[in-house]
Ligand binder design. Structure first.
Ligand code: NAD
Ligand code: TYD
Length: 339
């Protein structure tokens, strides 16, 4: 079995590469990644010398490069993690989100049609469903919830999902789609809520909480996301969408306070800053379908996952210090000075 993992130098893709190489010793795992600001070869350093792993630096929007890799490798399965993934960046600069997230998905699927594969899996997000109101805790996203996006990021991911479904219907491409809630865990880029708060708290820097911090996210430990995708690519039904989430809803303020408590830091570090435009209030996944059809359940409770995550950031300071001392510094200064 040969699997191309696009975006494998990023947060979830990197974790998936590790997970698959560890679980399936006979599989060939090929990472295709453009190494944008979010891609990091240090995430792949532990598998660099594994003979079952190979890396190609390539952009999924570059048709020739993608076709060449497919021609050479003849993969069985594609799992597409490659994306621009940060909502705040999509608000500042939507264009690249349309290019990578929509056009790139189209190029990958054209390559799948041209060279033939057994499965194309699209890694999508619960953000395609828009948001839920805070005063209706009884409501959850199911796979049939209408797409209703808020940010250029979520709109680009929803567009890609529609394209994937169209390629299935029109060309019979054997596709599956998963829509996952917010992930956390090792190798998470420091611009996202949880790593940003851990890293700032360690340095006794302000923790910038958007608005009142009352927005709710449904947190999933990244390894549980990997196990769900593993199940879907092996046992999921072609043409289907699967929601992935674990009923781990927390307000942003709750998350930040848990991190501060774990690190023994004062809540005085919290600074309420200008809210994100169009900020989604609540995401909450109903994972009944993947549970009933494929037997998937998340293994990690938030209370345990956050402890493991904090420990990872404490044990791997070099990994994130290289990032925060690089070009990310300019992004941070620019983004948070406006708030
Ligand atoms: P990330 O930003 O950490 O990593 C993205 C990776 O894609 C990077 O390695 C980057 O170099 C690569 N990439 C970007 N543009 C590319 C291009 N044009 N060609 C090739 N490679 C390119 O993202 P992540 O958080 O790991 O998210 C992975 C996927 O999961 C995305 O599709 C995202 O929409 C989805 N998702 C993420 C979350 C989350 O909480 N992080 C939740 C649900 C779904
Ligand atoms: P983020 O990690 O960017 O993920 P997403 O927007 O995809 O859910 O943000 C998670 C939540 O944390 C979201 O409600 C925005 C909020 N947030 C802050 O309050 N402060 C910050 O500095 C960041 C990056 C996010």
């Amino acid at each position: 079995m040969k699997i191309i993992v696009t975006g494998g130098a990023g947060f979830i893709g990197g974790n998936f590469v590790h997970y698959m190489l560890n679980k399936y010793k006979a599989y060939d795992i090929i990472c295709l990644d453009a190494l944008t600001y979010a891609g990091n070869m240090e995430t792949l350093a532990p598998v660099q010398n594994n003979p079952k792993f190979k890396f190609y630096k390539a952009d999924i929007t570059d048709r020739l490069a993608v076709y060449e890799i497919f021609e050479k490798e003849k993969p069985d399965i594609i799992v597409n993690f490659a994306a621009e993934s940060h909502v705040d960046r999509s608000i500042d600069n939507p264009g690249i989100f349309l290019q990578t997230n929509i056009i790139g998905t189209g190029v990958l699927m054209d390559a799948c049609r041209k060279y033939g594969i057994t499965r194309y899996h699209q890694v999508s997000t619960d953000e395609v469903y828009g948001d839920l109101p805070l005063d209706r805790p009884d409501l959850f996203f199911t796979e049939t919830t209408p797409l209703h996006t808020s940010s250029p990021y979520s709109a680009s991911k929803a567009s890609a999902d529609l394209l994937v479904q169209a390629y299935h219907r029109t060309y019979k491409l054997p596709v599956t789609i998963s829509r996952c809630s917010n992930n956390y865990g090792p190798y998470h880029f420091p611009e996202k809520l949880i790593p940003l708060m851990i890293i700032n708290a360690l340095a006794d820097k302000e923790l910038p909480v958007y608005g009142k911090g009352e927005n709710v996210r449904d947190w999933l430990y990244v390894e549980d996301h990997c196990s769900a995708i593993d199940l879907i690519i092996h046992e999921g039904k072609v043409g289907e969408v699967y929601n992935i989430g674990g009923h781990n809803e927390k307000t942003n303020l709750e998350v930040v306070k848990i991190i501060l408590k774990e690190l023994g830091k004062s809540e005085d570090l919290i600074k309420y800053v200008t809210d994100r435009p169009g900020h989604d209030m609540r995401y909450a996944i109903d994972p009944t379908k993947i549970h009933h059809e494929l037997g998937w359940l998340p293994a990690t409770k938030f209370e345990d996952g956050i402890k493991k995550t904090i420990k990872w950031y404490l044990d791997n300071k070099e990994w994130w210090q290289h990032i925060i001392n690089g070009e990310y510094k300019d992004y941070y200064a620019k983004h948070y000075s406006k708030k």
